[in-house]
Design a protein around this ligand. Structure first.
Ligand code: NAI
Ligand SMILES: C[N+](C)(C)CC(=O)CC(=O)[O-]
Length: 489
């Protein structure tokens, strides 16, 4: 059954939450008094639609329904999750929670996007304090998975429900049971921000130089290993203790401004804003958002291939999405006399090229992934491969029939042309809806990973393969099987 989220405050963060819920199949009900809210959320949604669905190699569920409402009471009616993202002022948040709780279900989660307030501060004067928790996201909320879930004096059952719902949205709930101002991540960000302000104020570095110091070095490192794991590696074979012995004393050196805060004067604001205009003023905010999202998608999909950090999270989400669908099925669940659906996915942003469409190498990737999926269906899965048997591709022929763009939903259907002994001959057809985009024909041999030589597969694999080969032989022939490039004479 579809779920409903209420978004109270649809600015930068509320808009991102709306997109995260909606693109994961939830219905979304928005309240925001700003007459521009619908347009602004539309812009965030457009960015989310081009970037989020391609993150995973399985398509997200169909989008939910988005509606706008004239009051908080209307927006929270029937909602399973209510996300407050109004301005960071405690009195506005308190007034909002009072209206929310007067109308919402008592077992709905009420999450606050607050960057700095503690749950106990948010809960002051509330009708049901235990229903309110901090669910602090990171911009862009539709792509970044971290949620700081801060829950003192909360209903434990509701907290567990909140964690499950966040996980199902592809997010990572970092559950903090001790509250502090600004939680963990913003404490950290504020320390970096403070040092950056000092460096600009003191004329040591410009905004661009500071950004370069981050993006060419430790920023990339942090994105995959964080702080402690990175420093453990930096300790060499002697590890963390050695690292700390070597660099710990630096804390006593006058390297940082420590807790001193620069005066937030008009002069400092103008200095930073001026340098930022010089650095990035040539681009509109929408252009910068798109560049950010392209880069995030590319990095996160790289981590996905490595099954690491935010990428491992995407893989876990994808495994869950496969459960109970044809994309998690094995041979015995599938009819032998129908083509096998081996992919149903969105073309990711990082698969496109200078011609503005899916680039040729990604057709091979899509077909190779479809072959991997077919191998798993017939029993040649990760466990079997680790026992020493697998398939190697000996020959491939791809036909590019029609173009396709980022964000398109594509399906691959697979036909077994021949399957006997060591040999497996597959023909994949790639579609967008009913439009044929490409075909991929592949000849594979079963090998021993020990000898690297062809060898017969295990009996259960051959049996499943032969079953599909026989069933598919009875289907009408596919156009294009066995084609070669015809040279005009
Ligand atoms: N911008 C950021 O980088 C992040 C912000 N946050 C937190 O998210 C919350 C919202 O921040 P932003 O989205 O950046 O602000 P924003 O200014 O972009 O959006 C706030 C929205 O709330 C609406 N609003 C004002 N009063 C309202 C009311 N009484 N009821 C319903 N809506 C109302 C405004 O019209 C506006 O659309 C804050 O608590 C902030 O600390 C959290 C993570 C990151
Ligand atoms: C600047 N900020 C404190 C509002 C930032 C956040 O809360 C999280 C983020 O997205 O950086």
């Amino acid at each position: 059954m579809s779920k409903t989220a209420a978004i109270i405050g649809g600015g930068v963060i509320g808009g991102g939450w709306a997109a995260r819920f909606l693109l994961n199949g939830w219905d979304v009900q928005v309240f925001d008094p700003d007459p521009q809210a619908e347009r602004k959320i539309g812009e965030v949604l457009a960015n989310a639609r081009r970037s989020l669905p391609g993150l995973t190699d399985v398509a997200l569920p169909p989008e939910g329904k988005l509606t706008y409402h004239a009051s908080i009471a209307e927006a929270v009616a029937g909602a399973d999750w209510i996300q407050e993202s109004v301005p960071e002022r405690l009195e506005i948040k308190h007034a909002t929670f009072a209206e929310v709780q007067a109308a919402c279900a008592p077992d709905a989660v009420i999450g606050s996007s607050t960057s700095g307030f503690k749950p106990s501060e948010l809960q002051q004067g509330a009708a049901r304090p235990e229903q309110i928790m901090v669910a602090h996201p990171f911009n862009p909320v539709y792509l970044l998975p971290l949620i700081e879930l801060v829950t003192t004096s909360a209903d434990e059952g509701l907290v567990e429900k909140a964690k499950e719902m966040l996980t199902s949205l592809g997010m990572y709930p970092l559950h903090l049971k001790k509250e502090i101002d600004a939680h963990v991540a913003d404490r950290f960000l504020e320390a970096v921000w403070r040092e950056a302000l000092w460096l600009v104020k003191d004329g040591i570095a410009t905004t661009e130089e500071i950004d370069n110091a981050i993006r060419y070095g430790f920023g990339i490192r942090w994105a995959q290993m964080g702080l402690f794991e990175t420093y453990r590696v930096a300790g060499g074979e002697a590890g963390m203790k050695h690292f700390m012995a070597q660099f710990g004393p630096a804390l006593k050196w006058p390297w940082t401004k420590l807790m001193d805060v620069p005066d937030f004067t008009d002069e400092l604001v103008d200095l930073i804003a001026g340098q930022s205009d010089e650095q990035s003023g040539a681009y509109s905010i929408r252009e910068l958002e798109r560049a950010r999202d392209n880069n995030l998608v590319t990095m996160m999909r790289g981590l996905k291939a490595e099954n690491w950090g935010a990428g491992a999270l995407l893989n876990a989400q994808e495994r869950e999405m496969r459960v109970g669908t044809v994309h998690g099925a094995v041979a015995a669940d599938l009819p032998a006399d129908a083509l096998v659906e081996t992919a149903y996915r969105t073309v990711p942003l990082d698969w496109t090229d200078y011609n503005g469409h899916m680039t040729e190498s990604r057709y091979l990737q899509a077909f190779a992934d479809a072959t991997d999926r077919f191998m798993a269906i017939i029993g040649c899965d990760a466990e079997y491969i680790s026992s020493g048997g697998s398939y190697f591709t000996a020959e491939t022929h791809i036909r590019h029939i029609d173009e396709v763009h980022a964000g398109a939903l594509i399906t691959i259907r697979t036909r077994v042309i021949m399957g006997e002994g060591k040999k497996m001959h597959l023909f994949h057809e790639m579609y967008e809806g009913e439009r044929l985009l490409a075909t991929g024909e592949h000849f594979l041999l079963h090998v021993s990973l020990e000898t690297r030589k062809p060898t017969p597969p295990a009996a259960h694999i051959e049996e499943a393969l032969v079953r599909f080969a026989k069933g598919h032989a009875a289907l009408p022939q596919a156009e294009g099987v066995g084609r070669a490039i015809g040279a005009p004479r």
